[in-house]
Design a protein around this ligand. Sequence first.
Ligand SMILES: [Zn+2]
Length: 222
Amino acid sequence: MKVTPAQRNVILLGAPGAGKGTQAERIVADFGLPHISTGEMLRAAVANGTEMGREAQKYMESGALVPDEVVIGVVRERLAEPDALAGFLLDGFPRTIPQAEQLDAMLAGAGRAVTHVVLIDVPADELVQRLAGRRSCAGCGKLYNVTFDPPKTEGVCDVCGGQLTQRADDNEETVRNRLAVYEEQTAPLIGYYTERGVLESAFGGGKLPDEVYAQVERILSD
Ligand SMILES: [Zn+2]
């Protein structure tokens, strides 16, 4: 389904492993929004060995959050690009209340505001199981899950034939650390955006990506 243009300034919220990447792909295709993933932008900076990338890498390898000033700088530059002026899908940002406040101020300065916050809500036990099975293509970056969304041939990308790899920060110890960090710092955002009347939840526990997306689509069509 293609949706007519409207100002949608969307934030996708959910714990690591909630399936945000899959939902983001479909939102981008249907609603025509640029996908602004701070995780992807930071990983690209790390891969390119930029100064910011080297700084971010120290935190990402231990499962900690990259400091606000680094992430906010990246987001500010990206939101000012022409394709983001008519709407956007933010994924991986904000992660803390101070980041959310900075985003609100940034948008208000341009006469804009967050219009939709979509929470993909998945129970913690299921998240651990999902993260351990997560793989991504070294060639094109497509995401898979060995349990929930396997490739046709084990270890090989359906799209480009590239090799599937596990991200360093998906190992079990780092996964537990990331979920703890999420609970402590990001879960308060649910309250923040609920108070502002922009948050709605899509329930993802035990559900297929299609079933989750049907809920997401309804939320964003309002
Ligand atoms: Zn691929």
